[in-house]
Design a protein around this ligand. Sequence first.
Ligand code: ZN
Length: 217
Amino acid sequence: MADRAFRPGTAIGDKDLLLVVDVQNDFCPGGKLPVPHGDEVVPVVNRLAAKFPHVVLTQDWHPPGHFSFASTHAGRQPFETVTVAYGPQVLWPDHCVQGTPGAEFHPTLAVAQAELIVRKGFRRAIDSYSAFFENDHRTPTGLTGYLHERGLSRVVLVGLALDFCVRYSAEDAHAQGFDVIVVEDACRAIDVDGSLAATRRRLGELGVATVKADDFA
Ligand SMILES: [Zn+2]
């Protein structure tokens, strides 16, 4: 696969996009759904972003009472999995509610040059892990079309959490025909029920390159 063509020292070019996934307060320590050590990605992301000609951010952006919240389902607890119309859905603590401080980007994230913010998860009845499709795998966010119109062909993924929103964004980017690279030391995982091992396995099967931030020239 083209994805495997990446070698340490590979130069970043005009067609490369850094896609910064959900680096928001609620996913960092002290937030409503903290990813362990989630804030540690911020300086790595800032350093990398300075090297990229194009940066796009995603922002988890739920209305109150969102379907993915355990509090919306009577008798359910956070981190339980339920089966819904589009398949299994993990129930989460309330997080990234539109307009709240928890939904804001981490205060030390320094990517003012970002060209687009993709908000996702704003439909009350569908969760959205991926930057490309909601969890029904059919409802697009519009990002594929944006990248095509902009002539961007390689997607370099960083952010939170590696085993959910980064993973599904990587899978969808690959399926949409983009070259995909995941920068592992610029991500942190939640690791629910073996989700981190499953992520590594799946990305390996797809031939998605996993690299370190220092591997870029
Ligand atoms: Zn969410």
